[in-house]
Design a protein around this ligand. Sequence first.
Ligand code: 3PG
Length: 219
Amino acid sequence: MPAKFVTSNAPLTALDVMQDAPVIPVITLDDPGIAVDLAHALVAGGIRMLEVTLRTAAALACVRRIAQGCPDAVVGVGTVCSARDVAAAVDAGARFAVSPGYTPALGVACRAHALPLLPGAVTPSEIMAALEDGFGELKFFPAFQSGAAAMLKALAGPFPHVRFCPTGGITAANATEFLLLPNVACVGGSWLVPADAVGSRDFDRIESLARAAAALPRN
Ligand code: 3PG
């Protein structure tokens, strides 16, 4: 593992976040008490870039616990929708941000905090707006409802240098068709952290899912 990922506060780029493993797990947790064990299980399976979504009251506490208790992980936040979210995430120790969409205010806030951002974009105009502000590593969400692999292939024509992280409906069974596309750097998905495995504290299962995800082929 490159040293920059294990030393806290080392600069990280959005491309680093995308390229570390084929899958970024989308993690939604209600209990900060299990965050560190979960992070250790994912890291043991070979997945270090961890996206904790801001969809629960416990999310920022989970980010803080992982940042402090699992130094081999690089914890980021997902579902970031505002400059206020960015500030709170940085305060909790997040090292990257993922957003379902893009606004210039979000871009400015992430730049101000030197926080790598993977903003969401699916249409040519959305992609152009993100590119105009210097963001060329993008989340493609919701992947299936937005045209899936066929849409990504079409977007490679006008935007050959953009790298996407398709998310939404991706599973172990269909991830490869995305990962082999030349403009896909990684995929995102919640399948590595199933609610029933989290509920039963089945960290062995989560580690196995992470190990399989880390071994997925990609371009
Ligand atoms: C996301 O929140 O980024 C996606 O909704 C995750 O989608 P999935 O649960 O289908 O993996």
